[in-house]
Structures are given as C-alpha cells and as structure tokens.
Ligand binder design. Sequence first.
Ligand code: FAD
Length: 222
Amino acid sequence: MDDFVAPTDRTRLRRAAGRGTYDLATVEAILDTALVCHVGFALEGRPWVFPFAFVRRERHLYLHGAAANFGLKALATGAEACVTVTILDGLVLARSAFHHSVNSRSVMLFGQAEAVTDPVAKRAVLLALVERLVPGRSDDCRPPTAEELRRTSVVRLPVDELSAKVRIGGPNDEPGDLDLPYWAGDLPLHLTAGHPRADAGSSGLPVPSYLQDWPGTPVPAH
Ligand SMILES: Cc1cc2nc3c(=O)[nH]c(=O)nc-3n(C[C@H](O)[C@H](O)[C@H](O)COP(=O)(O)OP(=O)(O)OC[C@H]3O[C@@H](n4cnc5c(N)ncnc54)[C@H](O)[C@@H]3O)c2cc1C
C-alpha cells in the first residue's frame, strides 16, 4: 500500500502549504483521533453541512444515521461530498492581533459515497462506531437487531482524494514586534472526559473501566 496519496487539482494546498501533508499515517492518525466530522454537499443547488460521528475502517470513512436522514440519502444516491475533520489543539497568542492563530490537525476529503446495505456489514460498522467513540464498549452493550439495522442508513466514502494540515508550535511574530510588551505563546487545548454519571437504572453497577481510560484528544508535543 502507498504511504502517500497523490494531490489533485482540488486537494493541492496553496496557503501555508508547508503545513500540508498527504502522508497516510498522519491522515489516519487524525481520522482516528477526531470524534466528529463535517460533511458538506450540494442538493438541488443549495449547500448543506452536517456534523456526523464517524469511523475509519481501512481506506473508507463510514457515516450512519436514521434511514430517513435526507443528507445520507443524498450521499447514498451519489452526491459529491467534501468532509472536514478537525482537532483543535490550542490557541496561539502572538504579539500582534494579525498573527494570532490556532494549533490544529485537520483533514479535508472529497469523494462520492456509496450505501452499505448488507446487514452483516452494517452491523460491523455500527459496532465499530460505538467502539470508536468509547473503546471497549462494543462488547459491553446489546448489539443491533435486524429491525434496528433496517431503520439505520450506513454510507461510506473512500479515503482517497484528501489532504491534511497540521499546525503546531508558538506564534510567528514579525521580528519588529518581538520587543513589544505583550505576552505571547500558546494555550494547549484538548478534549478530556468528565466524571461518568450513571443513569437511574445503573446506580448499582460499577462504572466500566473503559470510561476511566477514555482517551480524549491528547495534545501533540511540539
Ligand atoms: C480549527 C481551524 C481554524 C481555522 N481558522 C481559520 C480562519 O479563521 N481563517 C482562515 O483563513 N483559515 C483558517 N483555518 C485554515 C483553513 O482551514 C484553510 O486552510 C485556509 O483558510 C486556507 O484557505 P485557502 O483558500 O488558501 O485554501 P487552499 O490552501 O488554497 O486550499 C486548497 C486545498 O488545500 C486543502 N486544504 C485547505 N485547507 C485545509 C485544511 N485546513 N485541512 C486540510 N486540507 C486543507 C484542500 O484540499 C483544499 O481544497 C483554520 C483551520 C483550522 C483547522
């Protein structure tokens, strides 16, 4: 398997191209860390962007939703999609307002989705989605029934035409600003779990260990 994807006309980075990469390991690490993607497509000449939970499996990105979800219907019937995945790693404070920025990892992916209709494949995707959000959970819940599978749409997009962009580090101040009396640096941000809250029916049950180990989105070192 290739380590890099080839840039196309629309995935060739222009601005801050030095932060861009087509390295699949970087792309997959971002896709396997972020919990939400935003899926954009045009329908009857109007733009739509839906946030979705998602899971990557091999070279496909899988989305699911209610069978009546019109966005998924549009995708399943061939609408061209643009998916963005973003992890916010920090706020960057420069001495000038102009050079304030954010540390982040992102992927932008283009493609045409296809419906996943085979119930066995759908079931595997739905369990993979649960496992993606809470590692350890898919073996610790009731699996989907045939009726639940029927009421759920699953579509997949190829992880093929894409680019990633990564910004790490401190501010890029102008040399002439370095002596200004303003604090500059960065504020790391990352997603962490709060304390699990049992619902009324779970009060006698121990909190699963996988919730204590929930990974969040650790900030990369710079
Ligand atoms: C959390 C976050 C906040 C941001 N906030 C801003 C902001 O406020 N203002 C701003 O101008 N920019 C912001 N960006 C950067 C923004 O996503 C674009 O990269 C930037 O605007 C470049 O636009 P451009 O027209 O030069 O695109 P180009 O670089 O010309 O885009 C060409 C191609 O490069 C690829 N590409 C572009 N951006 C990205 C990306 N972020 N990730 C992966 N591939 C990409 C796509 O394939 C795109 O089709 C932010 C990014 C992140 C992750």
